[in-house]
Ligand binder design. Structure first.
Ligand SMILES: C[S@@+](CC[C@H](N)C(=O)[O-])C[C@H]1O[C@@H](n2cnc3c(N)ncnc32)[C@H](O)[C@@H]1O
Length: 257
């Protein structure tokens, strides 16, 4: 039966990778994986999963499809402007150096945007960036992007922090060295502590309500009191006080106790 086939597949993936597909919205995830499975000519998810165990390229392709790695520098510019003009000055009233975590950072556009912002404002900061997908983190560390990824970035930053070469736009060493990349599964791994600013955007939309709620709690526990959680532009938190958070601006939440 189709139902059992997919369930069996999710168990195989969990055993092999620790990734629990059941915590992602099922209809969406199944649709994405089914089209890939069919494209590769497998009749069942079990056959597909078995072959994936033998063929790394097939597994990497699956990982690529399930994670959705779309990102952009300075994505939703008006929100980044609020971060720069309102949120950072508030954070800096309490501290002179910030601990920043860009969670589910994909190919690195978000943590590098943060690095540039810190350089521009001359703010001392440690920036940790993480994602579940190791391949994507390797790509992030290289820091090379097509022009379209930079379309929302202020022009001056583009000139100052990128070198154009035959591969595209490459972040300068100064920017690359400002970010430390580590693999981290939001559903499973221990979260960092005493973080002043967490940027976790455009990933929670993929999870079930239950998984989402657990992640919000963990993100809140990660923050220092007064710390800020910056979420994606479709990811407003309803009733933030249940996670000891209060609204600091649209899509920004402050840790209250
Ligand atoms: C759409 S991208 C968002 C990138 C960036 N935050 C942005 O908003 O531009 C979603 C990212 O979430 C990552 N992801 C998916 N499940 C994850 C998990 N359980 N733990 C950590 N990252 C995860 C994916 O690998 C992907 O890179």
């Amino acid at each position: 039966m189709i139902e059992d086939d997919y369930t069996e597949f999710t168990l195989m993936i969990k055993k092999k990778t620790g990734i629990d597909l059941n915590q992602y919205k099922e209809a969406q995830m199944k649709r994405r994986l089914l089209s890939l499975r069919q494209k590769r000519g497998f009749k069942t998810f079990i056959d597909y999963g078995n072959e994936m165990g033998k063929e790394k390229a097939l597994f990497n392709e699956f990982l690529d499809r399930m994670t959705i790695n779309v990102s952009e520098f300075y994505r939703n510019p008006e929100r980044w402007d609020i971060l720069k003009e309102k949120i950072l000055p508030q954070l800096l009233k309490e501290k002179s150096e910030l601990n920043i975590w860009s969670a589910a950072c994909s190919t690195g556009e978000e943590p590098y945007t943060l690095a540039m912002m810190m350089k521009e404002a001359k703010i001392k900061a440690k920036i940790l960036a993480s994602d579940i997908d190791e391949g994507i983190l390797e790509q992030a560390a290289k820091g090379v992007y097509p022009d379209r990824s930079l379309k929302s970035l202020p022009d001056l930053w583009k000139k100052k922090y990128f070198i154009e070469n035959e591969l595209g736009y490459e972040c300068t060493t100064l920017v690359k060295h400002a970010v430390a990349f580590h693999r981290h599964n939001l559903l499973k791994d221990p979260y960092p502590k005493h973080v002043d600013l967490i940027v976790c955007r455009n990933v929670l939309i993929y999870f079930t309500e239950e998984a989402k709620s657990r992640i919000y709690k963990e993100l809140s526990d990660s923050l220092s009191i007064g710390g800020i959680l910056f979420v994606g532009s479709t990811e407003q938190i309803f009733n933030p006080s249940q996670y000891n958070l209060e609204s600091a601006d649209t899509f920004f939440y402050r840790k209250i106790e």
